[in-house]
Design a protein around this ligand. Sequence first.
Ligand SMILES: [Zn+2]
Length: 304
Amino acid sequence: MLSVGLGFGLGLLFGSLILCLANRSLTDESFWGRSYCDRCKKKLAWYDLFPVLSFLILKGRCRYCSFKLPLEYPLVELLTAFLFSLLFVKNLPFDNNSFINYFSILNVSSIFNLADLVFQIFVVCVLLIVFITDFKTGLIPDRITYPAIIIAFLYLLISAAGRVYFFYNSLNSSILGKYLLFPNSDYFYRHALINAAPLIEGLIGAGALFLFFGLLILVTRGRGMGLGDLKLGIFMGLVLGFERSLLALMMAFINGSLVGIFLILIKKRDLKQTIPFGPFLSVASLIALYYGNDILKWYFKLNL
Ligand SMILES: [Zn+2]
C-alpha cells in the first residue's frame, strides 16, 4: 500500500511537470519559471498548483479570468500517478513495517536498485512528454530527445562503471575473492560483463533502432517516419536494450496499423494521411519497460 501511495503522490506532482515541459518544448519558451494561465497570463499562486485538487476546487476554470482550463491537466496527472504507482509496486516491494527496515539496511546493491528506480521514473517522464507532443502536434522536439539520450547514456555508463567497481572491490577485499581476480581466474571478467550488461545491451539496442529507422526514412524518403522517430528510437534502444526495444517496435507497428485501419474505417482519415507514430512508440515502450521481460519469457516458452 505504501508503495502505491508514494508512487501515486509523486506521479501527481510529476504529471503537472510533464505536461508543462511538453507544452513548453513545443514553443521556444524556457523550461523554467512558474506556470501561468494561457489566456490572462497571470502567474498561478502556489495553492493553485495542487495536481487534480486545484482543478476540482476551481471547477476547471482560471481563478482570475475564469478561462476554461484544459482537461489535459488532471488527465495527464492521473495517468502519471497510475504509471508511477505500478513502477513503485514493482520496484519497492515493502509494506509499512518494512519501510524503515528497507532504509536501515541500505547496502550497495539496494542503492543501485534505488538509482535504477529513479532512472525508470525519468524514462517514464520522457516517454509521456513525447506521447503528448507528438499526439498534439505531430512533433517530437529535439529539446526533449537530445538531453534524454545524453542523460540515459551517462546513467548507463556511470551505473555500469559503479557496479563493476564495487564488484572488484568486494572481491579484492576478501582473501578468497582475490583468487577470483586476474591472473588467478577469469571469474572477474565474466561477471564484470554481467554487471555492465544494461550498458552493452542498451548500446546494441540504440544501434539497431538507429539503423532500422534510418533505413526506413531513406527508403520512404521521409514520408511517415521522421527524424523525431529516429531520435526517439535511439532513446528506446538505450533504455530498453536490444530485445525489449525490438518487442516495443513490433507492438508499436501492430497497434499503429490497427488504429490506422480503424481511423480509415470510421472515415476520420484517408489513405494518404499519416498519423504520428511517436505515441505508438511511447505506449509500446512503456509496456516493454514494465512487462517486456515477462512478455519475452512467455513468448519464448511458447516457442520452445
Ligand atoms: Zn486566466
